[in-house]
Design a protein. Structure first.
Lengths: 125, 148
């Protein structure tokens, strides 16, 4: 069965998917991240999907629902690590990921979150 | 070369197995990226329809060996309520409840051949194929290996 490592880095959460996930596990990840956003006052979530061999309509919807629900909780989500083959499949499938922010890797994702925070941090006024 | 694979699909864990098997078969047949991923994604989508809308079904995968091309055949079969309007399901991605409606248009775009057989009350069978050409070099090499 698949697993996900979730790390805290400052005001951000980094969820690194370690292997192919079943639907149940994808939904559990969503609920877990949303709970942690409140607990740690997270302003940004990075989800690393490099280990996912397949992103079909269900997984795409789940990622989108993480992003939308996290936004309602005041956090911004960036998806990183979409594999080249997976990207081609998503285009041919015509999966709509317009609402998702993506970046190539963790450095770029963190830079993106720094540039465009969803809400001002407490210490920044 | 090799025989057919059957995966009985009931849970979302079976779905992970089905798409992994499909990818592995495509790779064994020499499909190059991104094709194994396209095949795995189409299988995943249809397998999910089985789990979500029908409850269970079966996926059969078979290698297709021809002189000038190799192919992967995937048959996704259920005994659900069937799809009343297959054309509409293929166009809009909406089928009747209990059918393989959702995701059909997307899956079709990932494969080379795609056929849906369905009758209300009698279940649905989706047959899909993806091919790869075998070039002259590859065929010559195999002839030489057979002689050796």
């Amino acid at each position: 069965m698949g697993s996900v490592a979730v790390l805290r880095k400052g005001d951000y959460l980094i969820a690194s998917i370690q292997s192919d996930l079943s639907d149940t596990e994808v939904l559990a990840l969503r609920d877990d991240l949303l709970e942690r956003v409140g607990r740690f006052r997270t302003v940004g979530i990075v989800v690393d999907v490099a280990a996912l061999d397949v992103i079909d309509s269900f997984v795409a919807r789940a990622l989108r629902s993480i992003a939308i629900a996290a936004k309602l909780r005041g956090a911004r989500t960036v998806i990183i690590g979409i594999q080249p083959d997976v990207a081609v499949a998503m285009v041919q499938f015509r999966l709509d990921l317009d609402q998702l922010r993506t970046a190539l890797d963790l450095d770029e994702a963190l830079a993106l979150l720094e540039r465009e925070p969803e809400r001002k941090r407490a210490d920044g006024g | 070369m090799e025989g057919e694979l059957r995966v009985s699909v009931r849970t979302d864990a079976d779905l992970v197995t089905a798409r992994a098997e499909g990818r592995a078969l495509a790779q064994r047949l020499g499909f190059r990226p991104p094709d194994p991923t396209l095949i795995a994604t189409a299988i995943s989508e249809l397998a999910r329809n089985l789990v979500m809308h029908v409850g269970h079904g079966e996926i059969i995968m078979r290698p297709l060996i021809e002189d000038r091309r190799y192919g992967v055949l995937v048959i996704v079969r259920d005994e659900g309520q069937g799809i009343a309007d297959v054309d509409a399901a293929l166009r809009l991605g909406r089928g009747s409840r209990g059918g393989l409606g959702l995701g059909l248009p997307g899956a079709r775009r990932l494969m080379d051949e795609f056929d849906v057989h369905s009758r209300p009350g009698e279940g649905t069978t989706v047959t899909m194929r993806k091919w790869r050409k075998r070039d002259d070099l590859e065929r010559l090499r195999e002839k030489r290996e057979r002689r050796a």
